[in-house]
Design a protein around this ligand. Sequence first.
Ligand code: NAP
Length: 253
Amino acid sequence: MAASNLLAGRVAIITGGGSGIGRATCQLFAKNGASVAVVDRTQSSLDETIASLPSDIDNQSHESFVADVSDGGAVRDLVAGVADAFRKPATILVNSAGITRDQLMLKMKEEDFDEVIKVNLKGTFLMCQAVSQAMVKSKVTGGSFINISSVVATMGNIGQANYSASKAGVIGMTKTMAQELSRFEIRCNSVLPGFITTPMTDKVPEKVIKMMLPMIPLGTLGEPNDIAETCLFLASNKSKYITGASINVTGGL
Ligand code: NAP
């Protein structure tokens, strides 16, 4: 999709915006007119993303926020900080922050199970809750929340009992939020990426990637922008009748 004013005048919070899919989404949303609140754990990753964002449409501006999405207090401070910085609440939220701690379930440590659930599932909950509370309190409608799940939520994956459970949880939780928040005109959808080239998949052994490729009908790994384009559609009014959906972006996997 070529750059347009699809998101002009909107404030978008994007977690995990310092890397991979989150960074590509920040860039595409900025190109399409959004003011972006970029959230991640380290200032250096945020600085790199902010430096790459255009800001030439309709008084756009972008801000970075260091926050741990799994910490409720930090998330509430973040959402208040965004409303202060942009002088209005965010109405678009993309939850892309996520981690893996892969291990066969026979050997998986309890803390690695807990940590993945805490960031991927609870972090997504805390962000959606805080942003929707801010919107409802200030009577702002027309929201779109996009939660990045994963195709392994529906197919499983060796070594990812913790991760696949967290991402399946995201799908169910998003469907519930869609039902609860529709009366406030907030839409909630999840996106299920397949294998996308990012720092997260750089950790996957070459032999595993080679095994996966024949299972992908389109024959290649995806790019972060493939996910960002789907997020742009879901964030914009072009998807105004879509809520509670979970959309595969997998090259057919
Ligand atoms: P990535 O490049 O590792 O980016 C994830 C970002 O989230 C990193 O900058 C990471 O920071 C940040 N983050 C992690 N925990 C955080 C926390 N508690 N608070 C704030 N930020 C945190 O990964 P990606 O591939 O872009 O993945 C983005 C999302 O897509 C994730 O939810 C992932 O599970 C999902 N996904 C990816 C793929 C794929 O093939 N790449 C497939 C399916 C789903 P640190 O670097 O400091 O950890």
